[in-house]
Design a protein around this ligand. Structure first.
Ligand code: NAD
Length: 508
């Protein structure tokens, strides 16, 4: 059982408003738990509408000055922020592991993927360049500019406390917007460190703010007339709610949802290579990744040799606290994020057995001495599309295998699934891979790459119920999301004389 902690001994996370830490006015709060120990380590305030209003007002006040700061100077602040992220990457990884549970190496990798978005956003002077057409009529010119929206808000999930916020705010800030971030109430501490690093980088007060909480805080953002755009990443039911509510309130919105990512394995695949790739993709971060492979679709005779290898490798996974080592080596898998989530994932394993799937490896039997939220790796064979463990997103260390006769059957199955975030095909055949790539209706596709998370200068996002909205995050779609286009048509009676000078002009 969880050892009760005296709440007065547990520090509380603050809000970040106007460049400094502030307490919330709300008296509602939640616990932050270390998943490896089950211990409550901190409290987090659950903001009310007044707290949200204070953050949005700070962002509104900061907007005109930030909008009018030349893009070059905004980029230079992001360059300093990038250096500070790098200098603090170990501390960021430590905070992620302490609140989410994933291993330190995995946490550090996710920080690096977030830093890459900052590096993309540093190129903002080039990215927001408009178009110009001379003499569209006699003496008439036409040009377009991309301008910031105002106050933008980000609402993020528990599984990537640094990377997912970094998908959003570096691009939003680079474009000249101000920002209010509402991180997951389970993992709020890394966002507070990033706010401090932005201040150290020279970001003016009020440009970036952090609020905390649950539905009440989120509704405060969705209903605030001062918020112009909402970026959301989380589960599909909440993503749909966010999209509908924000759109009804006249806001621009991108809402990324849940996933069921399939890996199709053809009989000509290299099974050793494929099994290694699938084990990392299915059980890394204890399966709590929106791009985790959770369903293997084995074509023809691929199934038996592949499952034998998966079983062997999954049964040898090292499971333990994310910051622990055995014989100098890190764990492969940490605990799940919460006691409730662990119970939910274990219940899915029960359900799979009850519905007739073959349980090849039972993660429920995994035991540790402490009170952490650990679950071993589970592997199911003979799963069919009607089963709950196929239809639902489990978001835990449970890999299911479905057997099909052909690549066409695999593609049809994936295209019929409600989710369409990521998918992968494993084969040596260029023709089969090309057919898969062309016919699959999924947002992000890997060919012999199990987790095809796009690099920062491409855009991240799924199709169908994995994304509500028109623009994916980061890359050029991120720039388009956080700016609006204006077209200016100009006629002058005569040309103005340019001022004369002798020195090399500087603009930034
Ligand atoms: P979640 O939907 O429970 O929470 C996400 C955010 O929404 C949090 O900030 C939370 O405070 C807020 N929230 C929760 N309930 C709410 C409600 N009723 N009304 C308004 N706001 C609410 O998701 P989670 O459990 O934190 O994260 C896991 C989910 O996120 C999985 O479904 C996973 O697939 C998804 N995810 C998707 C992507 C992607 O890129 N598509 C990336 C990461 C995670």
């Amino acid at each position: 059982m969880n050892k009760p902690v005296e709440l007065k001994a547990v520090p509380s996370v603050a809000l970040w408003i106007d460049g400094k830490q502030k307490p919330a006015t709300s008296t509602r709060a939640g616990d932050i738990t270390n998943p490896a120990t089950g211990q409550i380590t901190r409290r987090v305030p659950f903001c009310n509408a007044a707290d949200i209003d204070a953050a949005v007002q700070a962002a509104q006040r900061a907007f005109p000055g930030w909008r009018d700061t030349p893009a070059l100077r905004r980029a230079r602040i992001l360059m300093r922020f990038r250096e500070l992220l790098d200098a603090n990457k170990d501390e960021l990884a430590r905070l992620i592991t302490a609140e989410h549970g994933k291993t330190l190496a995995d946490a550090a990798g996710s920080v690096q993927r977030g830093v890459e978005v900052v590096e993309f956003a540093m190129g903002i002077p080039h990215l927001v360049k408009g178009e110009y057409s001379e003499e569209v009529g006699t003496g008439v010119d036409c040009h377009s500019v991309r301008q910031p929206l105002g106050v933008c808000a980000g609402i993020t999930p528990f599984n990537f406390p640094v990377m997912v916020p970094l998908w959003m705010f570096p691009v939003a800030l680079a474009c000249g917007n101000t920002f209010v971030l509402k991180p997951s109430e389970k993992v709020p501490s890394a966002s507070m460190l990033m706010a401090d690093l932005l201040k150290q980088a020279g970001l003016p007060d009020g440009v970036f703010n952090v609020v905390h909480g649950d539905k009440e805080a989120v509704d405060g953002l969705l209903n605030h007339p001062g918020v112009k755009a909402i970026s959301f990443v989380g589960s599909t039911p909440i993503a749909k709610y966010i999209y509908e509510t924000a759109a009804k309130n006249g806001k621009r919105v991108q809402a990324l949802g849940g996933a069921k990512n399939h890996a199709v394995v053809l009989p000509d695949a290299d099974f050793e290579f494929t099994a290694d790739a699938l084990i990392g993709a299915a059980y890394g971060s204890a399966g709590e990744r929106c791009m985790a492979i959770s369903a293997v679709v084995a074509v023809g005779e691929a199934a038996d040799p592949l499952i034998a290898k998966l079983k062997d490798k999954a049964s040898k996974l090292k499971i333990g606290a994310g910051d622990s080592k055995v014989d100098g080596k890190e764990m492969d898998m940490g605990p799940l994020v919460s006691r409730v989530h662990r119970a939910k994932v274990a219940a899915y394993v029960d359900k799979g057995v009850a519905e007739g799937a073959k349980l090849v490896l039972d993660g429920r039997t995994f035991k540790t001495a402490g009170d952490g939220f650990f679950l071993g790796a589970s592997l199911f064979d003979n799963v069919t599309p009607e089963m709950t463990i196929y239809k639902d997103e489990i978001f835990g260390p449970v890999l299911i295998v479905l057997r099909v006769k052909s690549l066409d059957e695999a593609i049809a199955m994936i295209n019929a699934n409600q989710y369409a975030n990521g998918t992968a095909v494993f084969t040596r055949s260029g023709g089969a891979a090309r057919k898969f790539e062309r016919e699959i209706e999924v947002g992000m596709v890997g060919v012999n790459v199990p987790i095809p998370v796009p690099i920062a200068f491409y855009s991240f996002g799924g199709w169908r119920n994995s994304l509500f909205g028109d623009q994916h995050v980061h890359g050029m779609e991120g720039v388009r999301f956080y700016t609006r286009n204006k077209v200016v048509t100009t006629r002058w009676p005569d040309a103005n004389a340019l001022p004369q000078g002798f020195n090399m002009p500087t603009l930034g």
